[in-house]
Design a protein. Sequence first.
Length: 527
Amino acid sequence: MRIGGLASGIDTESVIKQLMDAERIKLNKFNQSRQIKLWTQEAYNNVNKSIANFIVDSRQSFGVSSLTSSTNNFTWIKRAISSDESVFGATATTSAMNGTHTIRVKSLAGGVNVASVGAIQARGENKTLSELGLGDIGEFSININGEEITLNSDFRMSDVVRAINDKSSTTKVRASYDSNIGRLFLSTTNTGSNSKINISNDDNNLFVGNDTLFKLNMQNDPDMYKGVDAVIDFNGAENITYSTNQFRINGINIDLKSASPGEVHTIRIDTDVNGVYDKIKSFVDKYNELVDSLNKTVTEKRYRDYKPLLDEERKALDQDTIKLWEEKAKSGLLRGDEVINRILNSTRSGLYESVYSGGDNRLSGFSHLTEIGITTGNYQDRGKLTIDEEKLKKAIQDDIDGVINLLFKTSNASDPSQKRKETGTINRLYDDLIDGMKGIIDRSGTGDNASLYRSVRANILIDFVTKRGSISLLDRDVTGIDRQIDQENSRLARIEDSYWRRFTALEKAMAKMSEQSGWLMAQMGGM
């Protein structure tokens, strides 16, 4: 039982608070240390997130997935020009041969599209099949392209459409109903001669028969239920067929738009010098932004006098002041950080290294970035790149394959050192950045970015989980501080209870003394 200064007149609560404030100095240091650890973890995670986004975004821009660095599907290296965009469009991949190619579009690929011949009775959107004339037969089924579709005479048109579409992944047929004209439509989801609409087991004459409920406009011509292939002549090769109007031939992506069987058209393929230059320059600009950000992080000034604010200190300040204070307190937490400095140094040295074709053989074409007009600048730039536009464009024009090989070459070597020598500079840069990310993850964990990191490399977290069990070094530090805080809170609770017991004893003694003094005075007054 805690008794205030009733007898002594002492503000016991204020006195004990002042005493406990002195005792809490150690606890405050623990809390501030904990907050700094959390801020450091946040700063690390922000760095890793910026690296991950750079890798993901640049890969997406290049058209490279996280699973492969193949350049075969790049569509920004070669330029394809169609002689008639109304007949076909064209884009070129890396493997397309420069020059002029001929194409004749004899026919387009098509699927099957059929509709009910007449309007469904009274535009029967809200009528059941039974009300439309099928009869009250309950559940029944039909077969579309070998897949059984279960229907019911209580179904309305929307139910019929849904039942057919629920099986569209296997039947490759979708249905729709236009209530404005009262017509049911069936269409194949693919094109080509293998696409079809084959309706069987229709014992209730829903589609098939002489007196059908949804008589289709091509029902009496079974051949019309099959799609047709696209047919082209290409560079003298005749009657090449495709099941779709979008296909790739000889490294050229073709999008057929209309048939023109009597005309021969051309596709001109050449290297898109400006397009390739712009793609590389954009990558370099984004990379330099990342390097600037990392350099700022490791050189940011540290304000050690600005400690994390305690709860009572925050209550005494307005929000703007708190924001400015915490900006100072968070500044420089990663100043001189060895992991980030290692990333900067490894990426810079990696960009300086030559690329080899295998063994000690240099690449044919180009083996070093400087040969295509890209340099790493001075040492103070810590890995930033600069471009000699004229030299790079000349390299692209003269030997585009050499440029792409220098940047994106992959290696099958089993020896890590040899594999690095044979890896293109951009892929080598990705490897160095990912190694740096692993070092940061080891220190700070993944935060909310685990899925982002896996999009960079699917197995990026395996070493961390195996080694740390998903508990980073900073997580371990915070957990250790939490234990110290719990112990300190227990100690403070004991001390505060001790103070209250002492002051309570004082109050009781003074109350008893006051009582005795009063009794004595009363006795003396009666004499």
